[in-house]
Design a protein around this ligand. Sequence first.
Ligand code: PXL
Length: 267
Amino acid sequence: MQKKAVIIQDISCFGKCSSTVALPIVSAFDVECALLPTALLSAHTGFPKFTCFDLTEEMEKTLLDWKALSLSFDGFFSGYMLSDKQASFALDCLDSLVKRDSLVLVDPVMGDDGKAYAMLNESFGEKMRALVSRADIITPNLTEAALLLEKPAVLSGYDESFIEETLFGLQKLGCKIPMITGVSFEEGKIGVAFLENGKVTYVFSKKHEGVSCGTGDTFSSVLFGALLSGEKTETAVRKAVHAVEKAIENGVKKYGIDFEGLLSLKD
Ligand code: PXL
């Protein structure tokens, strides 16, 4: 039977990130996707100018309708949210519309490059930690891992023991398999570390300088689709890391990577 997933992310009308990446990629795994949009942006926040329309009220109304329709999802994938209230709606969605044994992936979009995004305050952090405590998989970068653990961000000069300590700290927040993206111990290589059954695994690929926008969304979307399709964690991570590398090879724009080539129906 075809699986159904709910994706909670913004719609950035131009630029390649969040739902405009997640919907096509997760659909390519033959998963039926429902979108609970958090905001409507003219372009993503990497652009010098953009509008941002807050969809909190629509989230509430949509959840009421979906409950009336008795929808029930096999997968839950959350990303960019504007406020603690939106994170509460994500928790409500998880409690009332997602099956007990479903796959829960939380990408805790909170910051990058050592800086917290504007929406981050104490109550947003707390709600995000509540969401993380319910997750099977989380995919923070090093900045987001530090924000979740309420520690200063360490972005370079770290070693394996630091990454491992961070992963164990994240697991204490209650998620089953914490991951950290953007891990790099040597020049020219970047990858993902994850902790499963007490064991830390690293998956690396070639680092392409100056590329960041959209890579996290492509990674988490392929990971989510592959896991929902029944792949083992390490296989799904390898597939997702490889997909990001391939999308970068296909092409890089100032505002994203060419993930479309991964999905092509063209011969
Ligand atoms: O890639 C995460 C993301 C999602 N949504 C919006 C963003 C970003 C990253 O900057 O700007 C609107």
